[in-house]
Write a protein that binds this ligand. Structure first.
Ligand code: NDP
Ligand code: GDR
Length: 372
């Protein structure tokens, strides 16, 4: 049997890296779109890297950009993919308020470029397309929990761009009979989550504070509620969506929602540090109430969490809670990780990472001076 060929845009991101690993294990040839950058940007997929001088590689990277139609069309023509996973996007909601036009171009029109390239190349009947849609589409929510039929009300330039991408995917499916699907994914995280998303910012800071490498964690809205899942469970679902009998749109979520403040509590709790929150709004602080783990020397009563309004968004999404029952019932999707597993996985990884800094601080300077 011929090996299946997949093209992943955004392969260097969190989801792209897990998906590439997943598809390679399934025996796919995986092509990935990667941006040129002045520093190496392939950290998350370096463990999958194959020497370009070796024959029969099954992971091949191509330079490209979602804003460049000709580049995307050429790569699709050359790779003739059976499946395209369109994961590339400027994915940070807060940053999208600062770069709205770019986000419209990369996240919105970028999706059109992929769909149109497939059509122009006459691949409508061969190439299936997965579009990385988002729970941010629900924004100011009209119904809770949110499901496939819940109306959208986007609340950021990111969400508005993704709304265009959502509908153009539906339109190409209906107009040209393409197997093009939206996965409406609720927040999903992992040890390789970008460092400026709230969960990773928290697990990195909790690890550093526990190890005495940082004093305080500054956050924005502690009251926001999110339905957080594990990225590993979610990339499996992306693949399942393209193996379904019919092209459809699917909500992927855990069905539970948690406040940012409680995620903070859980992360510190992993280190045996109990926090107490005092005050309200911009004056709210988190102080250390107790510490049961002798490995971590944090002072009782120390203020370790504070609110900084610079992290507030001009328009916020207060509550997201997804209903994944369609995916569970029709595709048999199940999750292997709950929120506690996720926090543990992220904290374990970040503590390991930060411990390296402790060793470097203690012994590294001596080693460095040896080379000078
Ligand atoms: P990341 O931010 O971790 O990864 C985004 C990827 O897109 C990176 O590989 C990035 O490249 C690439 N990229 C950004 N802009 C461009 C561009 N102009 N041209 C080519 N590549 C580009 O996101 P995630 O992995 O978390 O998310 C994957 C997708 O799923 C995104 O579309 C996101 O919007 C969407 N999504 C994510 C959810 C989540 O909770 N994680 C939930 C719902 C949807 P580089 O590494 O060079 O920056
Ligand atoms: P989100 O994720 O906006 O939901 O988008 P993020 O982790 O950035 O924010 C979640 C919630 O936490 C609040 N928050 C903070 N957020 C950040 N980043 N930094 C802070 O200091 C902070 N303090 C509080 C936010 O206001 C928000 O309410 C993610 C991205 O992956 C999108 O690409 C994806 O589409 C959606 O999830 C589903």
């Amino acid at each position: 049997m011929n090996q299946k060929v997949a093209l992943i845009t955004g392969i260097t991101g969190q989801d792209g890296s897990y998906l590439a690993e997943f598809l390679l294990k399934k025996g796919y040839i995986v092509h990935g779109l990667k941006r040129r950058s002045s520093l190496f940007n392939t950290d998350r997929i370096d463990h999958l890297y194959q020497d370009p001088h070796v024959e029969n590689r099954n992971l091949i990277l191509h330079h490209g950009d979602m804003t460049d139609s000709m580049n995307l069309t050429r790569i699709i023509q050359e790779t003739q993919p059976d499946e395209i996973y369109n994961l590339a996007a400027m994915s940070h909601v807060a940053v999208s308020f600062e770069t709205p036009e770019y986000v419209a171009n990369a996240d919105g029109t970028g999706t059109l470029r992929i769909l149109e390239a497939v059509r122009l190349l006459g691949l409508e009947k061969k190439t299936k397309i997965y579009q990385a849609s988002t729970s941010e589409l629900y924004g100011k929510v009209q119904e809770t929990p949110q499901k496939e039929t819940t109306p959208f009300y986007p609340r950021s330039p990111y969400a508005v761009a993704k709304m265009y991408a959502y509908w153009i995917t539906v339109n190409y499916r209906e107009a040209y009979g393409m197997f093009a699907c939206n996965g409406i994914l609720f927040n999903h995280e992992s040890p390789v989550r970008g460092e400026t998303f709230v969960t990773r910012k928290i697990t990195r800071a909790a690890s550093k504070i526990a190890l005495g490498l940082q004093d305080k964690l500054y956050l924005g809205n502690l009251n926001a509620k999110r339905d957080w899942g594990h990225a590993k469970d979610y990339v499996r679902m992306m693949w399942m969506i393209l193996q379904a009998d019919e092209p459809e749109d699917w909500v992927i979520a855990t069905g539970t929602t948690t406040m940012v403040r409680d995620f903070v509590r859980m992360a510190f709790g992993y280190c045996g540090i109990e926090l107490e929150f005092k005050g309200e709004g911009v004056n709210e602080i988190g102080v250390v109430k107790s510490c049961s783990n002798p490995l971590y020397q944090v002072e009782i009563g120390k203020e370790v969490v504070a609110v900084d309004p610079r992290y507030f968004r001009p328009t916020e999404v207060d509550l997201l809670l997804g209903d994944p029952s369609k995916a569970e019932q029709k595709l048999g999707w199940t999750r292997e990780h709950n929120l506690e597993d996720l926090v543990n996985d992220m904290m374990k990884s970040d503590l390991k990472l930060m411990t390296k800094d402790v060793y470097l601080k203690e012994g590294g300077y001596k080693i460095m001076s040896y080379f000078e």
